[in-house]
Design a binder for this molecule. Structure first.
Ligand code: GUN
Ligand code: ZN
Length: 441
Protein backbone atom coordinates (compact mmCIF):
# COMPACT_ATOMS: atom_id res chain seq x y z
CA UNK A 1 0.00 0.00 0.00
CA UNK A 2 1.53 3.34 -1.02
CA UNK A 3 1.85 5.95 1.73
CA UNK A 4 -0.83 8.63 1.96
CA UNK A 5 -1.05 11.93 3.75
CA UNK A 6 -4.50 12.66 5.12
CA UNK A 7 -5.07 16.31 5.91
CA UNK A 8 -7.77 17.93 8.06
CA UNK A 9 -8.41 19.18 11.54
CA UNK A 10 -7.42 16.36 13.92
CA UNK A 11 -8.53 15.47 17.45
CA UNK A 12 -7.26 12.64 19.67
CA UNK A 13 -7.43 12.04 23.43
CA UNK A 14 -4.60 11.02 25.76
CA UNK A 15 -6.86 10.52 28.79
CA UNK A 16 -10.42 11.17 30.04
CA UNK A 17 -11.24 14.90 30.17
CA UNK A 18 -12.05 16.04 33.71
CA UNK A 19 -14.09 19.06 32.57
CA UNK A 20 -15.06 21.00 29.46
CA UNK A 21 -11.94 23.18 29.95
CA UNK A 22 -9.49 20.27 30.33
CA UNK A 23 -7.53 20.89 27.14
CA UNK A 24 -4.57 18.83 28.42
CA UNK A 25 -6.70 15.70 27.87
CA UNK A 26 -6.51 15.94 24.07
CA UNK A 27 -4.39 17.02 21.11
CA UNK A 28 -6.14 19.19 18.52
CA UNK A 29 -4.56 20.49 15.32
CA UNK A 30 -6.46 23.12 13.32
CA UNK A 31 -4.36 22.19 10.26
CA UNK A 32 -3.30 18.65 11.03
CA UNK A 33 -2.26 15.61 9.08
CA UNK A 34 -1.64 11.89 9.38
CA UNK A 35 0.91 9.94 7.41
CA UNK A 36 -0.50 6.47 6.66
CA UNK A 37 1.59 3.53 5.53
CA UNK A 38 0.75 -0.19 5.40
CA UNK A 39 -2.47 0.39 7.33
CA UNK A 40 -0.70 2.15 10.19
CA UNK A 41 -0.42 5.75 11.35
CA UNK A 42 3.25 6.58 10.75
CA UNK A 43 3.18 10.19 11.89
CA UNK A 44 0.64 12.67 13.26
CA UNK A 45 0.82 16.39 14.00
CA UNK A 46 0.64 19.67 12.14
CA UNK A 47 0.35 19.45 8.37
CA UNK A 48 3.68 21.24 7.98
CA UNK A 49 5.55 18.83 10.27
CA UNK A 50 3.97 15.66 8.87
CA UNK A 51 4.45 16.80 5.28
CA UNK A 52 8.14 17.44 6.01
CA UNK A 53 8.48 13.86 7.32
CA UNK A 54 6.56 12.30 4.37
CA UNK A 55 8.21 10.72 1.33
CA UNK A 56 8.61 12.87 -1.76
CA UNK A 57 5.45 12.94 -3.92
CA UNK A 58 3.21 11.31 -1.27
CA UNK A 59 -0.48 11.16 -2.23
CA UNK A 60 -2.42 13.84 -0.33
CA UNK A 61 -6.09 13.56 0.61
CA UNK A 62 -7.50 16.85 1.83
CA UNK A 63 -10.50 16.63 4.16
CA UNK A 64 -10.43 20.26 5.27
CA UNK A 65 -12.52 21.77 6.83
CA UNK A 66 -13.70 18.46 8.31
CA UNK A 67 -12.61 16.97 11.62
CA UNK A 68 -10.62 13.72 11.71
CA UNK A 69 -11.04 11.61 14.86
CA UNK A 70 -9.99 8.04 15.65
CA UNK A 71 -12.48 5.51 14.23
CA UNK A 72 -15.55 5.25 16.47
CA UNK A 73 -15.88 2.16 18.66
CA UNK A 74 -19.14 0.44 19.64
CA UNK A 75 -18.70 -1.96 22.57
CA UNK A 76 -21.99 -3.90 22.42
CA UNK A 77 -24.36 -4.83 19.63
CA UNK A 78 -26.05 -7.83 18.05
CA UNK A 79 -25.34 -8.41 14.37
CA UNK A 80 -28.31 -10.83 13.92
CA UNK A 81 -30.71 -8.12 15.09
CA UNK A 82 -30.49 -5.79 12.09
CA UNK A 83 -34.05 -6.79 11.17
CA UNK A 84 -35.28 -6.60 14.78
CA UNK A 85 -34.57 -2.90 15.23
CA UNK A 86 -37.83 -0.96 15.72
CA UNK A 87 -39.91 -3.90 17.00
CA UNK A 88 -42.88 -2.82 19.12
CA UNK A 89 -42.62 -4.39 22.59
CA UNK A 90 -43.41 -3.38 26.16
CA UNK A 91 -40.17 -4.53 27.75
CA UNK A 92 -37.01 -6.61 27.37
CA UNK A 93 -38.42 -10.10 27.93
CA UNK A 94 -41.43 -9.54 25.65
CA UNK A 95 -39.12 -8.06 23.01
CA UNK A 96 -36.76 -11.04 23.20
CA UNK A 97 -39.47 -13.69 23.07
CA UNK A 98 -41.72 -12.07 20.48
CA UNK A 99 -39.25 -10.68 17.96
CA UNK A 100 -35.61 -11.28 18.74
CA UNK A 101 -35.41 -15.01 19.34
CA UNK A 102 -37.54 -15.89 16.25
CA UNK A 103 -35.40 -13.58 14.10
CA UNK A 104 -32.13 -15.04 15.36
CA UNK A 105 -33.40 -18.55 14.43
CA UNK A 106 -32.99 -17.54 10.77
CA UNK A 107 -29.21 -17.48 11.19
CA UNK A 108 -29.15 -21.26 11.02
CA UNK A 109 -28.99 -20.60 7.25
CA UNK A 110 -25.43 -19.77 6.22
CA UNK A 111 -26.60 -17.76 3.21
CA UNK A 112 -28.76 -15.56 5.44
CA UNK A 113 -25.91 -15.01 7.92
CA UNK A 114 -23.57 -14.07 5.08
CA UNK A 115 -26.05 -11.63 3.56
CA UNK A 116 -26.68 -9.86 6.88
CA UNK A 117 -22.94 -9.78 7.66
CA UNK A 118 -22.42 -7.85 4.41
CA UNK A 119 -25.06 -5.32 5.42
CA UNK A 120 -23.63 -5.10 8.91
CA UNK A 121 -20.16 -4.09 7.75
CA UNK A 122 -21.67 -1.62 5.28
CA UNK A 123 -23.59 0.07 8.10
CA UNK A 124 -20.56 0.21 10.35
CA UNK A 125 -18.59 2.00 7.61
CA UNK A 126 -21.48 4.36 6.80
CA UNK A 127 -21.77 5.33 10.47
CA UNK A 128 -18.06 5.83 11.08
CA UNK A 129 -17.74 2.83 13.39
CA UNK A 130 -14.51 0.94 12.77
CA UNK A 131 -14.56 -1.49 15.73
CA UNK A 132 -17.56 -3.21 17.29
CA UNK A 133 -17.99 -5.81 20.01
CA UNK A 134 -20.67 -8.03 18.58
CA UNK A 135 -22.88 -10.94 19.55
CA UNK A 136 -23.43 -13.37 16.71
CA UNK A 137 -26.29 -15.90 17.02
CA UNK A 138 -26.06 -19.32 18.67
CA UNK A 139 -25.18 -20.83 15.28
CA UNK A 140 -21.48 -21.30 14.59
CA UNK A 141 -22.15 -20.38 10.96
CA UNK A 142 -23.16 -16.87 12.06
CA UNK A 143 -19.77 -16.34 13.71
CA UNK A 144 -18.00 -17.77 10.66
CA UNK A 145 -19.91 -15.37 8.39
CA UNK A 146 -19.16 -12.42 10.66
CA UNK A 147 -15.44 -13.07 10.99
CA UNK A 148 -14.99 -13.91 7.31
CA UNK A 149 -16.54 -10.58 6.35
CA UNK A 150 -14.43 -8.77 8.95
CA UNK A 151 -11.28 -10.38 7.55
CA UNK A 152 -12.28 -9.34 4.04
CA UNK A 153 -12.82 -5.73 5.17
CA UNK A 154 -9.73 -5.57 7.38
CA UNK A 155 -11.64 -4.44 10.45
CA UNK A 156 -10.72 -4.85 14.11
CA UNK A 157 -13.74 -6.66 15.56
CA UNK A 158 -14.49 -8.47 18.81
CA UNK A 159 -17.29 -11.05 18.51
CA UNK A 160 -18.52 -14.38 19.72
CA UNK A 161 -20.80 -17.27 18.99
CA UNK A 162 -23.61 -16.91 21.52
CA UNK A 163 -23.92 -19.71 24.08
CA UNK A 164 -27.53 -20.43 25.13
CA UNK A 165 -29.01 -23.77 26.16
CA UNK A 166 -32.39 -22.99 27.80
CA UNK A 167 -35.39 -20.63 27.91
CA UNK A 168 -35.44 -19.96 24.17
CA UNK A 169 -36.93 -21.65 21.07
CA UNK A 170 -35.45 -25.03 20.11
CA UNK A 171 -33.84 -23.55 17.00
CA UNK A 172 -31.81 -21.24 19.18
CA UNK A 173 -30.38 -23.70 21.68
CA UNK A 174 -27.00 -25.38 21.87
CA UNK A 175 -25.85 -27.68 24.67
CA UNK A 176 -22.97 -27.37 27.12
CA UNK A 177 -20.97 -29.76 24.92
CA UNK A 178 -21.70 -28.15 21.55
CA UNK A 179 -21.19 -24.64 22.94
CA UNK A 180 -17.76 -25.73 24.15
CA UNK A 181 -16.77 -27.46 20.91
CA UNK A 182 -18.10 -24.71 18.64
CA UNK A 183 -16.63 -21.82 20.66
CA UNK A 184 -13.27 -23.62 20.60
CA UNK A 185 -13.58 -24.06 16.84
CA UNK A 186 -14.42 -20.37 16.37
CA UNK A 187 -11.39 -19.42 18.48
CA UNK A 188 -9.14 -21.77 16.48
CA UNK A 189 -10.44 -20.52 13.14
CA UNK A 190 -10.69 -16.80 13.77
CA UNK A 191 -8.93 -15.44 16.84
CA UNK A 192 -5.90 -13.45 15.75
CA UNK A 193 -6.73 -13.94 12.08
CA UNK A 194 -6.50 -10.48 10.51
CA UNK A 195 -7.67 -8.11 13.21
CA UNK A 196 -10.34 -10.44 14.63
CA UNK A 197 -10.78 -11.09 18.35
CA UNK A 198 -13.06 -13.85 19.62
CA UNK A 199 -15.10 -13.22 22.78
CA UNK A 200 -16.57 -15.91 25.04
CA UNK A 201 -20.28 -15.06 24.83
CA UNK A 202 -22.82 -16.65 27.21
CA UNK A 203 -25.91 -14.59 26.24
CA UNK A 204 -27.12 -14.04 29.83
CA UNK A 205 -27.77 -16.14 32.90
CA UNK A 206 -31.42 -16.78 31.99
CA UNK A 207 -30.47 -18.66 28.82
CA UNK A 208 -27.57 -20.69 30.23
CA UNK A 209 -27.84 -23.68 32.54
CA UNK A 210 -25.33 -24.01 35.39
CA UNK A 211 -23.63 -26.67 33.23
CA UNK A 212 -23.18 -24.19 30.41
CA UNK A 213 -21.90 -21.51 32.80
CA UNK A 214 -19.28 -24.09 33.84
CA UNK A 215 -18.33 -24.40 30.17
CA UNK A 216 -17.88 -20.62 29.96
CA UNK A 217 -15.62 -20.83 33.00
CA UNK A 218 -13.55 -23.62 31.40
CA UNK A 219 -13.19 -21.72 28.13
CA UNK A 220 -11.97 -18.63 29.96
CA UNK A 221 -9.49 -20.64 32.02
CA UNK A 222 -8.15 -22.19 28.80
CA UNK A 223 -8.10 -18.83 26.99
CA UNK A 224 -7.59 -16.24 29.75
CA UNK A 225 -6.69 -13.45 27.32
CA UNK A 226 -10.05 -13.53 25.55
CA UNK A 227 -12.83 -11.02 26.09
CA UNK A 228 -16.04 -12.16 27.78
CA UNK A 229 -19.38 -10.51 26.99
CA UNK A 230 -22.82 -10.99 28.48
CA UNK A 231 -25.79 -9.03 29.85
CA UNK A 232 -26.33 -7.94 33.45
CA UNK A 233 -29.05 -6.12 35.38
CA UNK A 234 -30.95 -4.60 32.49
CA UNK A 235 -34.56 -5.04 33.60
CA UNK A 236 -36.27 -5.71 36.96
CA UNK A 237 -38.15 -8.85 35.75
CA UNK A 238 -34.92 -10.19 34.23
CA UNK A 239 -33.14 -9.72 37.58
CA UNK A 240 -35.91 -11.44 39.54
CA UNK A 241 -36.03 -14.42 37.16
CA UNK A 242 -32.24 -14.78 37.21
CA UNK A 243 -32.23 -14.87 41.00
CA UNK A 244 -34.92 -17.62 40.90
CA UNK A 245 -32.80 -19.65 38.47
CA UNK A 246 -29.62 -19.32 40.57
CA UNK A 247 -30.94 -19.28 44.18
CA UNK A 248 -27.49 -19.92 45.65
CA UNK A 249 -26.13 -16.63 44.22
CA UNK A 250 -26.25 -13.48 46.39
CA UNK A 251 -27.42 -11.41 43.44
CA UNK A 252 -27.26 -11.26 39.63
CA UNK A 253 -23.58 -10.21 39.49
CA UNK A 254 -22.71 -13.04 41.84
CA UNK A 255 -24.09 -15.55 39.29
CA UNK A 256 -21.27 -14.55 36.91
CA UNK A 257 -18.72 -14.19 39.73
CA UNK A 258 -19.41 -17.78 40.86
CA UNK A 259 -18.27 -18.94 37.43
CA UNK A 260 -15.17 -16.67 37.48
CA UNK A 261 -16.47 -14.57 34.61
CA UNK A 262 -15.68 -11.14 36.07
CA UNK A 263 -12.44 -9.44 35.00
CA UNK A 264 -10.74 -6.64 33.09
CA UNK A 265 -11.72 -8.08 29.71
CA UNK A 266 -15.32 -8.82 30.73
CA UNK A 267 -18.01 -6.56 29.30
CA UNK A 268 -21.42 -6.54 30.94
CA UNK A 269 -24.20 -5.00 28.86
CA UNK A 270 -26.52 -2.55 30.68
CA UNK A 271 -25.79 -2.75 34.48
CA UNK A 272 -28.61 -0.31 35.19
CA UNK A 273 -29.86 -1.62 38.52
CA UNK A 274 -26.71 -2.82 40.34
CA UNK A 275 -26.66 -2.81 44.15
CA UNK A 276 -23.69 -1.31 46.03
CA UNK A 277 -22.35 -4.81 46.60
CA UNK A 278 -22.57 -5.61 42.91
CA UNK A 279 -20.88 -2.34 41.94
CA UNK A 280 -18.09 -3.17 44.40
CA UNK A 281 -17.67 -6.59 42.77
CA UNK A 282 -17.55 -5.01 39.31
CA UNK A 283 -15.01 -2.45 40.50
CA UNK A 284 -12.75 -4.88 42.33
CA UNK A 285 -12.60 -7.19 39.32
CA UNK A 286 -12.05 -4.34 36.83
CA UNK A 287 -15.12 -5.45 34.86
CA UNK A 288 -16.74 -3.04 32.40
CA UNK A 289 -20.36 -1.85 32.59
CA UNK A 290 -21.60 -1.08 29.09
CA UNK A 291 -23.97 1.90 28.79
CA UNK A 292 -26.48 1.44 25.93
CA UNK A 293 -28.53 4.67 25.91
CA UNK A 294 -30.92 4.22 22.96
CA UNK A 295 -31.70 0.64 23.96
CA UNK A 296 -32.30 1.51 27.61
CA UNK A 297 -34.77 4.22 26.59
CA UNK A 298 -36.43 2.19 23.81
CA UNK A 299 -37.04 -0.89 26.00
CA UNK A 300 -37.87 1.27 29.03
CA UNK A 301 -35.13 -0.49 30.97
CA UNK A 302 -34.02 2.52 33.05
CA UNK A 303 -31.52 5.35 33.34
CA UNK A 304 -27.90 4.16 33.47
CA UNK A 305 -26.32 5.72 36.60
CA UNK A 306 -23.08 6.75 34.88
CA UNK A 307 -21.91 9.22 37.52
CA UNK A 308 -22.94 7.00 40.42
CA UNK A 309 -20.83 4.19 38.99
CA UNK A 310 -17.77 6.23 38.01
CA UNK A 311 -17.63 8.64 40.98
CA UNK A 312 -18.02 6.08 43.78
CA UNK A 313 -15.15 5.26 46.08
CA UNK A 314 -14.67 2.03 44.15
CA UNK A 315 -15.31 3.25 40.61
CA UNK A 316 -16.69 0.96 37.93
CA UNK A 317 -15.13 1.03 34.44
CA UNK A 318 -17.71 2.00 31.81
CA UNK A 319 -18.01 1.99 28.05
CA UNK A 320 -20.76 3.05 25.65
CA UNK A 321 -22.58 1.18 22.89
CA UNK A 322 -25.55 1.08 20.52
CA UNK A 323 -26.94 -2.37 21.45
CA UNK A 324 -28.45 -2.84 17.99
CA UNK A 325 -31.28 -4.09 17.73
CA UNK A 326 -32.58 -3.16 21.24
CA UNK A 327 -30.82 0.08 20.43
CA UNK A 328 -32.44 2.20 17.74
CA UNK A 329 -29.49 3.76 15.90
CA UNK A 330 -26.21 2.51 14.46
CA UNK A 331 -24.76 5.98 15.00
CA UNK A 332 -22.43 6.48 17.94
CA UNK A 333 -23.13 10.23 17.58
CA UNK A 334 -26.87 9.64 18.13
CA UNK A 335 -26.03 7.20 20.93
CA UNK A 336 -24.03 9.84 22.81
CA UNK A 337 -26.82 12.36 22.16
CA UNK A 338 -29.18 10.03 24.04
CA UNK A 339 -26.52 9.44 26.72
CA UNK A 340 -26.40 13.19 27.26
CA UNK A 341 -30.18 13.27 27.77
CA UNK A 342 -30.10 10.34 30.20
CA UNK A 343 -27.61 12.30 32.32
CA UNK A 344 -29.73 15.44 32.02
CA UNK A 345 -32.64 13.49 33.54
CA UNK A 346 -30.39 12.66 36.50
CA UNK A 347 -29.33 16.29 36.98
CA UNK A 348 -25.84 15.53 35.61
CA UNK A 349 -23.80 16.94 32.73
CA UNK A 350 -21.92 15.07 30.02
CA UNK A 351 -19.60 17.44 28.20
CA UNK A 352 -18.78 16.99 24.50
CA UNK A 353 -15.09 16.31 25.08
CA UNK A 354 -16.07 13.48 27.39
CA UNK A 355 -18.49 12.01 24.83
CA UNK A 356 -15.87 12.07 22.05
CA UNK A 357 -13.35 10.55 24.44
CA UNK A 358 -15.88 7.80 25.27
CA UNK A 359 -16.55 6.93 21.59
CA UNK A 360 -12.83 6.69 20.85
CA UNK A 361 -10.10 6.20 23.42
CA UNK A 362 -12.50 5.46 26.30
CA UNK A 363 -14.05 2.50 24.50
CA UNK A 364 -10.58 1.33 23.39
CA UNK A 365 -9.48 1.39 27.05
CA UNK A 366 -12.58 -0.60 28.00
CA UNK A 367 -11.53 -3.23 25.42
CA UNK A 368 -7.84 -3.09 26.49
CA UNK A 369 -7.00 -2.22 22.88
CA UNK A 370 -5.43 1.26 23.09
CA UNK A 371 -2.20 -0.11 21.65
CA UNK A 372 -4.07 -0.58 18.33
CA UNK A 373 -7.20 1.64 18.18
CA UNK A 374 -8.91 4.65 19.72
CA UNK A 375 -6.21 7.30 19.21
CA UNK A 376 -4.16 8.90 16.43
CA UNK A 377 -0.88 7.73 17.98
CA UNK A 378 1.87 6.73 15.53
CA UNK A 379 2.23 2.96 15.40
CA UNK A 380 -1.49 2.28 15.84
CA UNK A 381 -3.89 1.10 13.13
CA UNK A 382 -5.12 3.76 10.73
CA UNK A 383 -8.84 3.58 11.57
CA UNK A 384 -10.26 7.09 11.19
CA UNK A 385 -13.60 8.84 11.03
CA UNK A 386 -13.97 12.14 9.20
CA UNK A 387 -16.82 14.31 10.48
CA UNK A 388 -18.65 17.19 8.81
CA UNK A 389 -20.52 19.48 11.18
CA UNK A 390 -22.41 21.10 8.26
CA UNK A 391 -23.64 17.83 6.72
CA UNK A 392 -27.34 18.75 6.50
CA UNK A 393 -29.05 22.12 5.94
CA UNK A 394 -30.08 22.49 9.63
CA UNK A 395 -26.55 21.51 10.73
CA UNK A 396 -24.98 23.95 8.25
CA UNK A 397 -27.17 26.77 9.53
CA UNK A 398 -26.27 26.02 13.14
CA UNK A 399 -22.61 25.62 12.18
CA UNK A 400 -22.53 29.22 10.92
CA UNK A 401 -22.43 30.43 14.52
CA UNK A 402 -20.18 27.74 16.00
CA UNK A 403 -16.95 29.26 17.21
CA UNK A 404 -15.28 26.69 19.44
CA UNK A 405 -14.25 23.05 19.25
CA UNK A 406 -16.57 22.26 22.17
CA UNK A 407 -19.53 23.76 20.27
CA UNK A 408 -18.59 21.83 17.13
CA UNK A 409 -18.42 18.51 18.98
CA UNK A 410 -21.70 19.19 20.71
CA UNK A 411 -23.37 20.06 17.39
CA UNK A 412 -22.03 16.88 15.80
CA UNK A 413 -23.27 14.78 18.71
CA UNK A 414 -26.67 16.44 19.00
CA UNK A 415 -27.61 16.80 15.31
CA UNK A 416 -25.26 14.35 13.62
CA UNK A 417 -25.74 10.79 12.37
CA UNK A 418 -24.41 8.83 9.37
CA UNK A 419 -24.81 11.94 7.19
CA UNK A 420 -22.15 13.70 9.28
CA UNK A 421 -19.62 10.96 8.46
CA UNK A 422 -17.75 12.28 5.42
CA UNK A 423 -15.41 9.28 5.27
CA UNK A 424 -14.38 6.25 7.29
CA UNK A 425 -10.91 4.73 6.98
CA UNK A 426 -10.25 1.14 7.98
CA UNK A 427 -6.57 0.27 8.09
CA UNK A 428 -5.85 3.38 6.02
CA UNK A 429 -8.35 2.53 3.25
CA UNK A 430 -11.55 4.48 2.57
CA UNK A 431 -14.44 2.26 3.70
CA UNK A 432 -17.42 4.57 3.24
CA UNK A 433 -16.78 6.15 -0.17
CA UNK A 434 -16.80 2.83 -2.11
CA UNK A 435 -20.34 2.34 -0.78
CA UNK A 436 -21.37 5.83 -1.88
CA UNK A 437 -20.07 4.99 -5.35
CA UNK A 438 -22.12 1.78 -5.44
CA UNK A 439 -25.28 3.57 -4.28
CA UNK A 440 -24.85 6.33 -6.89
CA UNK A 441 -24.61 3.83 -9.76
N1 GUN B 1 -30.44 -9.78 27.20
C1 GUN B 1 -30.25 -11.00 26.66
N2 GUN B 1 -30.23 -10.95 25.32
C2 GUN B 1 -30.40 -9.66 25.00
C3 GUN B 1 -30.47 -8.96 23.76
O1 GUN B 1 -30.37 -9.53 22.68
N3 GUN B 1 -30.64 -7.62 23.85
C4 GUN B 1 -30.75 -6.95 25.02
N4 GUN B 1 -30.92 -5.63 25.02
N5 GUN B 1 -30.71 -7.58 26.20
C5 GUN B 1 -30.54 -8.92 26.19
ZN1 ZN C 1 -27.30 -6.75 24.06
Amino acid sequence: MTPALIRGRTLSFNRAPQSIDDSAAYAYESDGALLIENGLIKAAGTYTAVKAAAPEGVEEIDHRPHLIVPGLIDTHLHFPQMQVLASYAANLLEWLNTYTFPEECRFVETAHAERIAGHFFDEMARHGTTTATAYCSVHKASADAFFAESLRRGTCMVAGKVMMDRNAPQGLLDTPETSYDETRAVIANWHGKGRNHVAITPRFAITSTPEQMEVARSLLSEFPHLHVQTHLSENRDEIAYTCELFPEAQDYTDVYARYDLLGRKSLFGHCIHLSEREADAMSESGSVAVFCPTSNLFLGSGLFPLRVLTRREKPVRVSVATDIGGGTSYSMLKTLDEAYKILQLQGERLNPFETFYMMTRGNAEALSLTDRIGTLEPGTDADLTVLNMAATPPMALRAEVVNSLADELFLLQTMGDDRAVAETYVGGRPAKSPLDAIQAD
